[in-house]
Design a protein around this ligand. Structure first.
Ligand code: GLC
Length: 719
């Protein structure tokens, strides 16, 4: 396809429509009579809707083909539609929310899961996913913690690259963007996770060093992995909404990083610039968005309604329009849409592939590898021959598929009751709801519910309590001011544990929850996130010891009131405990309940003292850190050994430690293996006071352990 010739043949209105994304319902309004409600609201004409460049939604092979046919019958330029949707943690077969995938510390798992999601989405007619979401988050109150892989720039960067590879194929692979692959859209650029107070959509204020050092790396990792699209975020960054932020998008993303892919807004974010107070009307929104080099306007119509006038008034140039449209046309060409507008949509394959056994197995394995064991006082694994199992809690009797469930269904998911029944076929299983999940539910007859749960639990051989958050208690626009386990769930745990000692409490959550009130009550505690389609089967395998826990926390689990809280903090001039007047809370302990990188296993491991290859490193050299890991327990397990580095003195204060490597070591009982980490100059570079990204000579400390809460270190100097 001669894209330049096609571009040259397009009118200004057709170009502006190509830069617009609307939801399916608006496009397919077949009512040729009066403009329907949504279209009128947007001030749209049939001409506009018949020429849009992309649809938000439209999944389902046959549905997608019908939409494409409808569009091509109306679009004078016969430019195929792009179908985009949120395939965040699966398309139809759902795996754990990304915060759980982050907990796996398993890049290959992340890539495999995204490849599975891409395969299901591709045959179902989807061309682009609005993922990976890589916003660094340090505040557990933010509802969208569930969509991220957590608080660490290094972990998020590795996961970001792995997910892009999963969706698109790796940069040099022959199947990149081919069959079973879709284009990825990294989001939300930028620093959306730093919204003040954890309040979704609230302002983001930070210095350039913090922005570049901690919040931008994971987006750049996606760009370096060849991500095809990027979505700008709702929030302001230092007073400018990202969609209008020329510094962020034009200067850093396109200028410094060389990104020439498609930039799409978030939902109606251009229009929201009026509410932000930086535009008086939609015409100004269109100009500011275009000047910041956005290409597609999602679900608002500033471009199509004002672009022509802006052009006539000389406020924008046709060159700007052409650059945006050409990026869109190139993406469509890369995806093969000009050769085949239906791409790989195939209803037969859709039926065969979606929810197939192979995909369900991977979803189960992902849930098993994402679950974090926080405490186990000799209760787990349960005896396989238990006769009576009590299952208690408001999230045990339905599938906990997670907040962005795309085309997944609760009814296709395995609940805890299903999973335990599948596993312990001969056991008697009794259930009691015990209390609600939503705060509003808690007021009702909770004392009777708790009494009934006690009754059910008291003579059980094993008690599984499924508590925490319902899937709609995290996610977009679900910030919570109080992240502690609720009073009624706390009361339920205390009452049940008062009548039975064989209790495991499993928390479903899309964020860190404050466990200080309950962690000492129950003998065993598991964080299971929102585990997806196969959650119940995965939990059964974990609790009865068919598989061992191996995950680690990708975010600090703080106490109520400590947010924001993160491990890679600055030391400050008065670190906690250094003196009377120092960093602390007068009404709460300073440490979190559990630190970043923490998670235990059914076995135990010992790490030998790390040995550095040298006490000095030159900028072209490297240092290796070697140690041995031994399984000192009585069953096989996987330890995630973590490497942290501290730049002790630098031109800008640096964190007390930063993750710079992790390695998963599988060991049988008694087995010992040596592992080696490598540090090169790239691991020491940072955004210095002079604004350069480089390493500075001086003292560095190396920490190696099984969580971020390690104090022993070895030193070397960069000379
Ligand atoms: C939402 C989200 C964004 C999502 C988009 C399309 O508001 O912020 O993450 O991709 O709209 O659904």
């Amino acid at each position: 396809m001669d894209l330049q010739k096609l571009l040259n043949s397009m009118t200004v209105d057709e170009k502006l429509s190509q830069m617009t994304q609307l939801i399916t319902g608006i496009i397919t309004d077949k009512n040729d009579g009066p403009i329907t409600g949504p279209m009128r609201k947007f001030g749209l004409t049939k001409d506009t809707t018949s020429r849009v460049g992309t649809i938000l939604g439209g999944s389902g092979a046959n549905h997608s083909k019908d939409l494409q046919n409808f569009h091509l019958s109306e679009d004078p330029n016969k430019i195929p539609l792009l179908f985009m949707t949120d395939v965040i943690h699966g398309y139809r077969t759902l795996y754990p929310v990304p915060l759980g995938i982050g907990a796996s510390f398993d890049d290959d798992l992340a890539e495999q899961c995204c490849a599975m999601a891409a395969k299901e989405a591709c045959v179902s007619g989807i061309h682009v996913t609005f993922a990976p979401m890589v916003d660094l988050v340090r505040d557990a109150r933010w509802g969208r913690c569930m969509e991220t892989t957590g608080e660490d720039p290094y972990l998020n960067s590795r996961m970001s690259a792995a997910m892009v590879r999963g969706y698109q194929g790796s940069i040099d692979s022959p199947d990149r963007l081919g069959k079973y692959k879709i284009a990825a859209c990294v989001k939300h650029f930028a620093a959306y996770g730093a919204c003040e107070g954890g309040r979704d959509y609230d302002a983001v204020e930070m210095g350039d060093h913090t922005l570049r050092q901690y919040y931008l790396p994971a987006y750049k990792a996606a760009v370096d992995e060849g991500v095809e699209l990027l979505m700008t975020s709702f929030n302001t960054v230092n007073g400018i909404p990202s969609s209008a932020n020329k510094y962020l998008v034009r200067d850093i993303l396109r200028g410094e990083w060389g990104f020439d892919g498609v930039v799409i807004s978030d939902f109606a974010a251009f229009y929201e610039m009026i509410s932000h107070g930086i535009c008086e009307n939609e015409k100004e929104c269109a100009k500011k968005a275009l000047d910041a080099t956005n290409d597609i306007e999602m679900m608002s119509t500033c471009f199509v309604k004002n672009g022509k006038q802006l052009l006539e008034e000389g406020e924008i140039t046709e060159k700007q329009l052409d650059e945006a449209v050409m990026r869109i046309l190139k993406l469509k060409e890369k995806l093969g849409l000009f050769d085949n507008p239906y791409r790989y949509a195939d209803s037969e394959e859709e039926k065969e592939i979606c929810l197939c056994k192979e995909h369900r197995d991977l979803a189960r394995i992902a849930a098993e590898k994402s679950a974090v064991l926080l405490k186990n006082d000799n209760v787990l694994p349960f005896n396989k021959n238990v006769k009576k199992i009590a299952i208690i809690g408001p999230v045990a009797d339905h599938g906990m598929i997670g907040g962005w469930f795309c085309c997944g269904k609760h009814t296709e998911a395995i609940s805890v009751i299903d999973g335990i029944r599948n596993y312990a076929k001969d056991a008697e299983i009794v259930f009691a709801r015990g209390c609600g999940a939503h705060p509003a539910e808690m007021a009702e007859n909770v004392s009777e519910m708790i009494a009934q749960a006690k009754q059910v639990a008291k003579d059980a051989d094993a008690v599984i309590m499924c508590l925490g958050e319902e899937i709609d208690m995290s996610g977009e626009a679900h910030t919570r001011a109080k992240i502690a386990v609720s009073d009624s769930q706390t009361a339920l745990i205390k009452e049940v544990c008062s009548v039975n000692k064989n209790v495991a409490v499993v928390y479903y959550c899309g964020r860190p929850i404050a466990l200080e009130k309950v962690i000492d009550v129950a003998p065993a505690t598991v964080i299971f996130w929102h585990p997806g389609t196969e959650g119940g089967n995965a939990l059964a395998n974990l609790l009865f010891g068919e598989v061992n826990f191996q995950a680690k926390l990708p975010m600090t689990f703080p106490r109520e009131g400590q947010c924001p809280y993160y491990y890679n903090r600055l030391n400050t001039g008065r670190p906690n405990g250094s003196q009377g007047y120092c960093l602390n809370y007068s009404d709460s302990p300073f440490p979190p309940v559990f630190p970043f990188g923490y998670g235990i296993s059914y076995t135990t491991f010992s790490l030998s003292e790390p040995v550095l290859s040298s006490a000095e490193m030159t900028e072209n050299g490297e240092i290796t850190i070697s140690l041995s890991v031994k399984n000192t327990g009585d069953r096989s397990g996987i330890e995630t050994v973590q490497l942290y580095v501290q730049d002790v003195t630098a031109s800008v204060a640096r964190p007390i430690k930063e993750l710079r490597g992790y390695s998963k070591v599988e060991l049988n009982p008694g087995e010992e293996k040596s592992i080696t980490f490598r540090i090169t100059i790239d691991d020491l570079k940072f955004n210095t006071l002079s604004g350069k990204y480089e390493a500075e000579k001086g003292l560095f400390r190396v920490y190696v352990g099984n969580s971020s809460a390690i104090n022993e270190y070895k030193e070397f100097r960069l000379v």
